[in-house]
Design a protein around this ligand. Structure first.
Ligand SMILES: Nc1nc2c(ncn2[C@@H]2O[C@H](COP(=O)(O)OP(=O)(O)OP(=O)(O)O)[C@@H](O)[C@H]2O)c(=O)[nH]1
Ligand SMILES: [Mg+2]
Length: 173
């Protein structure tokens, strides 16, 4: 009797972090091409994992999205969540200064686990904003040489660029 071993593909873990209501779950839903809904906010409790498999240029990518509640009680879990992370998305809300302060705190934890090129700074709810770096973040962005990805999950803007940057980063691993 012969047994055939099927090699399981490795998933790259992409962690979504940010304050409550910054739009992490909505962003993941968009990446799955699910419709956006502005009215029914239901906070994520703890962690949720969603796997996204797709093919680009005949190459298969297996992504495991880890959607982390923005409630700060879950911060204790962060170091274990980050252990096997490939990329971390730090998400803030252009309309909410507290959420901008929060990504600076999160970065202090994330930077011990990942190099800067694996940390993406995402500004959501970029709708009628001017194309400026929020003043809370000016020195943080320049000190660390980051770029901001301005997106609007609502208007479906900027999301493809994030996916392309995830792929580019994975291709270099
Ligand atoms: N105007 C606007 N609202 C958005 C956008 N993205 C998300 N929202 C709204 O913001 C609220 C919070 O969205 P969620 O995706 O649940 O936020 P979250 O970051 O997952 O929140 P937690 O799970 O509590 O951490 C919802 O009412 C969304 O409809 C956006 O691009 N523009
Ligand atoms: Mg959520």
């Amino acid at each position: 009797m012969s047994t055939q071993k099927v090699k399981k593909a490795a998933y790259y873990k992409i962690v979504f972090l940010g304050d409550r209501e910054t739009g992490k779950t909505s962003l993941i839903r968009r990446m799955f091409e699910l419709p956006f809904s502005e009215d029914d906010y239901s906070p994520t409790s703890g962690l949720r994992y969603e796997n996204l498999d797709f093919t680009q240029n005949e190459k298969k990518y297996y992504l495991q999205f880890c959607d982390v509640s923005g409630n700060s009680i879950y911060l204790e879990l962060l170091s274990s969540i980050l252990k096997s992370a490939t990329i971390v998305l730090l998400i803030f809300d252009y309309k909410n200064e507290e959420s901008q302060e929060r990504i600076k705190q999160l970065f202090e934890i994330v930077k011990d686990n990942l190099p800067p090129e694996r940390i993406f700074i995402i500004g959501n709810k970029f709708e009628k904003e001017k194309k400026e770096i929020p003043k809370q973040l000016i020195s943080f962005i320049s000190k660390n040489n980051f770029q901001i990805y301005p997106i609007s999950v609502k208007e479906n803007k900027g999301i493809q660029l994030i996916l392309q940057s995830i792929i580019k980063t994975i291709d270099k691993i």
